[in-house]
Design a protein around this ligand. Structure first.
Ligand code: ATP
Ligand code: MG
Length: 333
């Protein structure tokens, strides 16, 4: 049976990349099959998070799920740490995954930077926890941005090795990443070679879902471009990554192809294109932002959704962990 699962880290302010690459996709999929969407607070603490902020960020992400159209009656929305099974299964998977597999993960290399000896062990083993998040629910489809492709491949490797090592063929399904649409990798507004990220120290690098119209317009106006004008259809943008990125954002926000957007603005200056893009972004985000603000003003509703979601998630996850313990040979009363 099909089962859809995804999550977003409670590691900072949600941005346009999260919205286009993840949130919008979840909402589009939730009617297709049972859907589980969690707030990844355990992943978030792989880099330092202020405890009071972590709680607020967890609620903010839950608010974004609801504001972008996830229906808590259908979709199970929960905080990762509230379902103990995630940590239980992650330990078993830590013993299934190989160091050589994790050594290849590019996200660890990017996030740990020059001083990897100072990175947390959790940051290194993060993709193993992610495999547990997915396989606990025997998810078959995982809607994510392009940056998560490698982690999904690792999840498949872990599932395959577990099934094989313990003589349990097919126990864990091999999940498919769902990486679709024109906005699977939105880049920083300041640097066309870096992904737009919550953890980027520059607030100017991203459009936050909580930015107001003026902030959005100012950030787009100041976004990095080049000395040229808007390209013609068919022109290579390989050496104009910033321009390519802005066109991709425009296309995703207006549900058009990049070629349609290029045709519309071909030859024009950025002085014409940028305000049009800002208007479009404000128009698309304003209702989501307003609903997030409303929900966050009094977290009662959010907390109720998260608590109910945690209970429903545990109903699925706990029996899987019980089975895994048996398969592994852990003593059980
Ligand atoms: P962090 O910097 O803390 O890793 P993040 O911005 O990368 O934060 P995540 O919580 O790691 O966000 O990812 C949540 C989802 O958003 C994932 O599916 C991820 O692939 C997607 N995503 C993140 N950044 C982008 C982006 N720039 N473009 C498209 N999708 C993105
Ligand atoms: Mg990330």
């Amino acid at each position: 049976p099909r089962r859809i699962l995804s999550g977003i880290q409670a590691s900072g302010a949600l941005h346009l990349g999260n919205y286009l690459g993840a949130l919008k996709r979840f909402t589009a999929l939730q009617d297709a099959a049972p859907t589980f969407v969690f707030v990844a607070d355990m992943h978030a603490i792989t880099v330092w998070q202020d405890p009071a902020l972590l709680t607020a960020q967890t609620r903010e992400i839950a608010a974004a799920y609801l504001a972008s159209g996830l229906d808590p009656k259908k979709t199970v929305i929960f905080p990762q740490s509230a379902v103990r099974a995630h940590a239980d299964l992650a330990w078993v998977f830590n013993c299934v995954a190989r160091l050589g597999w994790l050594d290849r993960m590019t996200q660890f290399k990017e996030k740990s930077g020059k001083h990897k000896e100072r990175a947390s062990v959790g940051l290194y083993t993060y993709p193993v926890l992610q495999a547990a998040d997915i396989l606990l629910y025997k998810a078959t489809e995982v809607p994510v941005g392009e940056d998560q492709k490698q982690h999904l491949e690792l999840t498949r490797d872990i599932a395959g090795k577990f099934n094989n090592d313990f003589g349990a063929p097919g126990y864990f399904p091999l999940p498919e990443p769902v990486i679709q649409g024109p906005a699977t990798r939105i880049m920083s507004l300041r640097d066309g070679s870096a992904k737009m990220s919550k953890s980027d120290p520059s607030d100017q690098s991203r459009i936050n879902l909580t930015d107001d119209a003026d902030a959005i317009a100012a950030k787009i106006k100041k976004s990095k471009t080049d000395m040229g004008v808007m390209p013609q259809v068919g022109e290579s943008l390989d050496d104009r990554p910033e321009v390519r990125n802005l066109i991709a954002i425009y296309a995703a926000l207006s549900d058009q192809t990049k070629d349609q957007v290029t045709a519309q603005f071909a030859g024009q200056g950025f002085g014409a294109f940028k305000p049009a893009l800002a208007d479009l972004a404000v128009e698309a985000l304003a209702p989501v932002t307003a609903e997030m603000r409303r929900l966050m003003a009094d977290p009662t509703e959010i907390d109720r959704v998260l608590k109910d979601g945690a209970e429903r998630a545990a109903e699925v996850a706990d029996p899987v962990v019980a089975e895994v313990k048996k398969i592994v040979g852990f003593w059980q009363a």
